[in-house]
Ligand binder design. Sequence first.
Ligand code: OAD
Length: 245
Amino acid sequence: MSIAHEIRHARRAVALTGAGISAESGLGTFRGKDGLWSRYDPASVASIESFTQDPRKFWEFAREIGWSFLTAKPNAAHMALAELEDMKRIDCVITQNIDGLHQRAGSKRVIEVHGSIGQVACTKCTATYETAKAVDQLVRQDVPTCERCGGSLKPQVVLFGEMIPKKTLDQAFKKLKSADLFLAVGTSLEVYPAASFPEAAKKSGAKIVSINMERTRWDDLCDYRVSGPAGEILPRIVQAIKISF
Ligand code: OAD
């Protein structure tokens, strides 16, 4: 059996993606020697506690790394997942990424468990704005603020210490419970609740497939594991499925 064969015959395959799928779009991953968290301390720049204490610190960090997020383009791996959805070979993508690259590649059913950089919300009155508005303010001042009430704006992403919205998590677990194949791409699965997703899928009888550059601590759960860049491997899988139709 091959991964292509498994995906070809799955009735409800669900993909889970992490920062590794966007690495070939030029975005850094979080862990490892060159990871973002080796240069920044997440507790001081990306936690809700630090944001509440001093939003300026968060926005300085966002100013440093934000441009690469806003200008990144989807790569062959994002395209391949969008194509698999089009071919009705995967049901949806659950992603921990906030970069919006799955949607830009054409994926329609995307569950963003850590939110998205597409919008910002006022921490005081909850008004929401397109991120472009915050970017305009960011080049003129330190902290983007709400034009209605003056409160500080925060991207609609889940910071450390923040809860994932219940509705989003329920949606994700519903998909995992009905999945017969779980395809993880480019994630170390060090962060909960995503770290519990492979087990949840396995419990429901799903086959577990992983495409990742390096070994992860949940590799033992996998039925199939491929080591290498997602941007090369996923298009090859799509080709193999097309040939077999
Ligand atoms: P990590 O940085 O923890 O893991 C990325 C994984 O992708 C690693 O195992 C790499 O080996 C692998 N990888 C790198 N390049 C790859 C490529 N081209 N093809 C395939 N695999 C590749 O990132 P995540 O697992 O996404 O949360 O991290 C999860 C969460 O931790 C993030 O959403 C973020 C972070 O703290 C928050 O900010 C709340």
